[in-house]
Design a binder for this molecule. Structure first.
Ligand code: NAP
Length: 332
């Protein structure tokens, strides 16, 4: 089948003929119709994750999929051929920039009925990230104040909508041309990150979702109320992540060291910092489907590329120029 692969880190994505997926007894074989693009794909291509995720090359890239079930393994009970599904496959089994992919049943869900394949394919990684940050880790409650950075981006555009649904007052950072767009998603306070300093304008926040890291992360700690929390998805990784990732002791120590400064600053301020590295979850995708079908979450597809345009699509992530997500369509 056709797929987009890398055979060496840093080399451009290229089309290749690869073997058909092997379908295990608890796997579902999916015909790919749409595959969302993520910054993670580009970071993997550049080799930025090779310590944490030691992939064997050649590697088919792609972390998001919407498509149709072709066949199921003998122990699969929840899906049948013809079902329209979506998924962020387990990190060890990525490879959605391809005509077909085998995915563990537990990582799959029926796609929202009201969403097109492109819309569904844009959702899994960013919606799971928003869910795990705001529902699981952040436990956002009615009346809390939440800042979502980069509100016009893939994660931000879903996180704003989810935080509103959870009953929070939501602030976000965006460039001025996206102010109306993020207000439309539900943001109550919009800060132009080019001309304004969010640290001067916000205080007493319960939670910040930081997708930028660096200075942005340190400033975010300072707008929290005592006991508040920053959840960082751009890093640095924290000790809990290093433990859960099952890394060797030397790497674990090195990774833990990366966040020691920010954790120390957080302690001084009486707040906390947690890193989130999202994971696959079919259960959470089912809850996300329900929110989409209820009109609570709206997928934001900013740009659609054809399958052969995959290398340009990946490059477009750095250039930006669209809101929400870029998606590849895979016609067979
Ligand atoms: N740890 C995890 O599990 C996890 C999961 C998902 C994503 N991530 C990471 O999170 C980051 C964001 O991902 P994404 O998919 O949302 O990226 P994205 O869609 O590419 O984000 C682009 C957005 O970033 C905004 N932006 C750029 N500079 C900004 C600044 N200084 N302040 C505020 N907004 C700014 C832009 O806003 P304007 O267009 O308004 O200028 C643009 O809309 C990436 O580094 C990604 O790798 C991590």
């Amino acid at each position: 089948m056709r797929a987009f692969v890398i055979t060496k880190y840093k080399e451009p994505l290229r089309e290749a003929e690869v073997a058909e997926p092997t379908v295990g007894e608890r796997d579902v074989l999916v015909q790919v119709h749409a595959a969302g693009l993520n910054q993670l794909d580009e970071k993997i291509r550049l080799g930025e994750f090779k310590q944490i995720l030691p992939y064997k090359l050649q590697l088919v890239l792609g972390n998001d999929v919407a498509g149709t079930v072709l066949s199921v393994g003998e122990k699969v009970t929840g899906f049948k051929p013809g079902d329209e599904v979506y998924s962020r496959p387990h990190q060890d089994r990525m490879g959605t920039f391809a005509e077909r992919i085998a995915i563990a049943e537990e990582d799959l869900a029926l796609k929202p009925r009201s969403a097109s394949m492109e819309e569904a394919g844009s959702l899994p990684l960013v919606a799971l990230t928003a869910w795990q940050a705001l529902v699981e880790q952040g436990k956002v409650r009615q009346g809390q104040k939440v800042l979502i950075h980069a509100g016009a981006g893939g994660v931000g555009s879903i996180a704003i909508q989810l935080a509103k649904h959870l009953g929070a007052t939501v602030a976000t950072t965006a460039s001025s041309s996206n102010a109306g767009f993020v207000r439309g998603l539900g943001a109550d306070v919009v800060i132009d990150y080019v001309t304004q300093d969010f640290e001067q304008l916000l205080s007493g926040y319960d939670l910040v979702l930081d997708s930028l890291g660096g200075d942005n992360l340190h400033k975010s700690l300072r707008i929290l109320k005592p006991g508040g929390k920053v959840i960082g998805i751009a890093g640095p990784p924290d000790p809990a992540f290093a433990r859960a990732a099952g890394l060797n002791p030397i790497l674990r120590l090195a990774i833990t060291g990366l966040s020691s400064k920010v954790r120390k600053q957080a302690r001084k301020l009486g707040v906390s910092y947690e890193f989130l590295f999202m994971r696959a979850s079919g259960d959470q995708l089912r809850q996300i489907s329900a929110l989409v079908d209820a009109g609570i979450l709206r997928p934001i597809v900013g740009k659609v590329f054809t399958f052969v345009e995959a290398p340009e699509a990946l490059q477009s992530l750095a250039a930006g120029g669209y809101r929400g997500k870029a998606v590849l369509t895979v016609t067979n």
